[in-house]
Design a protein around this ligand. Structure first.
Ligand code: NAP
Length: 291
C-alpha cells in the first residue's frame, strides 16, 4: 500500500519557515503585501480567496482583497491592475481565476508587472521559465515539486508523465521536472493509449480536472502519483481529484490525496512567492537609492 503524501502537514511545516522569514524581513522594514483581485461571484473563487487571506494573516503577510462585480468591464479590471502596479506598498498581485466570461484572463494577467506577478503567469515570466532563466515560477508546479522532493531525494533520470498541458500547471511543471533532470512525457486530450504510457511512469501527475480519470490500470507498481485535479462531486460539497484513490492506493508507492495534497502547497507557495517578491523589491529600491 502506498505512502500517503500529507500535503497539509508538509505545507504547514513550510509555512512555519515562511512565517519565520517574514518576521525577519519585517525587522528590516519590509512588510510583504499581496493584492488579491476577485472578479464576480463564483463561490469556489470566494472560498479560495478566503483561504489565501487567512494563510497570509497567519504568516504575517498583509493582504487586501479587491472585489469587483461580475459585470466589471475590462477597463475597470485593467485600471485596478495598473494602479496596483504603481503602488509601492504592494509586492504581489494575484488575479483569481476563473473570470466572468466577458473578460480574457491572459490579456489581463499580462498587465501585471512581471515583478509583482506572484503566480508567474505573465507571458514574460512564462518565457523566462521556458528559456531556463526563471524569475517567478507558478505556485502549483512549485508545490508539486516540493511534494516530489519530499518523497525522492533525487529526481534525475526518473520518468515523469504529466497529464494536462495548461499554462498554470502542466507546462510549467514539465519544465521544472526537466530542470530536475527527469525524462518528461506530456499527455493531453489528443494523446493515444493513455494507460499504456502512464504505466511507464515512475512519477505520474494528473492535472486534467476529471473525476475518476486515473485508475489502477494507469499506474506502475511503486510509482509516485500526484493528483492535482479538483472536481466537485455533483450535488454535494465534496471535492475529489482525478485519481480513483482506493484503486491507486493499492498499487502506487506514494500518493498525494485530494483534498490535503497539492491544494495547501499551492497556497503556501503563494506566500513564499510574495515574500520573495517583497525582498527583491526592497533590494532593487536600495540599490537605486545607493546608485
Ligand atoms: P485546464 O486548463 O482545463 O487543462 C486541462 C488539461 O487536461 C488540458 O491540457 C487538456 O488537454 C487535458 N485533458 C482534458 N481531457 C483530457 C483527456 N480526456 N485525456 C487527456 N488529457 C485531457 O485545467 P488546469 O487549470 O490545468 O487544471 C487542471 C485540474 O487541476 C483542475 O481540476 C483544476 O481545478 C486543478 N487545479 C488544482 C490546483 C491546486 O492547487 N490544487 C491548482 C490549479 C489547478 P488539451 O490541452 O488537449 O485540451
Amino acid at each position: 500500500m502506498a505512502q500517503i503524501i500529507n500535503g497539509r502537514k508538509i505545507a504547514n511545516e513550510f509555512c512555519d519557515q515562511i512565517k519565520e522569514r517574514v518576521r525577519e524581513v519585517r525587522t528590516r522594514g519590509i512588510f510583504p503585501t499581496i493584492a488579491l483581485i476577485n472578479v464576480g461571484d463564483d463561490p469556489a473563487s470566494r472560498i479560495y480567496v478566503g483561504k489565501k487571506e487567512k494563510l497570509a494573516e497567519s504568516v504575517g503577510i498583509a493582504s487586501t482583497t479587491y472585489r469587483l462585480e461580475c459585470k466589471a468591464s475590462e477597463e475597470e479590471v485593467s485600471d485596478l491592475i495598473l494602479e496596483l502596479n504603481k503602488n509601492e506598498h504592494v509586492h504581489a498581485i494575484l488575479l483569481q481565476s476563473p473570470l466572468p466570461k466577458h473578460l480574457e484572463f491572459q490579456k489581463l494577467v499580462n498587465l501585471i508587472s512581471p515583478d509583482k506577478d506572484v503566480d508567474g503567469l505573465t507571458t514574460l515570466n512564462q518565457g523566462k521559465l521556458f528559456s531556463g532563466n526563471p524569475w517567478v515560477i507558478p505556485c502549483t508546479p512549485l508545490g508539486i515539486l516540493h511534494l516530489l522532493r519530499y518523497i525522492h531525494e533525487n529526481l534525475a533520470g526518473m520518468h515523469a508523465v504529466v497529464l494536462g498541458r495548461s499554462l498554470i500547471v502542466g507546462r510549467p511543471l514539465a519544465q521544472l521536472l526537466l530542470n530536475s533532470n527527469c525524462t518528461v512525457t506530456m499527455l493531453h486530450s489528443y494523446s493515444r493509449d493513455l494507460p499504456t504510457i502512464c504505466r511507464t511512469a515512475d512519477i505520474l501527475i494528473s492535472a486534467v480536472g476529471r473525476q475518476s480519470f486515473i485508475g489502477g490500470n494507469c499506474v506502475k507498481p511503486g510509482a509516485t502519483v500526484i493528483d492535482v485535479g479538483v472536481n466537485r462531486v455533483a450535488e454535494s460539497a465534496k471535492i475529489v481529484g482525478d485519481v480513483i484513490f482506493d484503486d491507486v492506493y493499492a498499487i502506487a508507492g506514494a500518493i498525494s490525496p485530494v483534498p490535503n495534497g497539492v491544494g495547501p502547497m499551492t497556497v503556501a507557495y503563494l506566500m513564499n512567492n510574495t515574500l520573495m517578491l517583497s525582498s527583491r523589491s526592497f533590494l532593487s529600491c536600495s540599490s537605486r537609492s545607493v546608485g
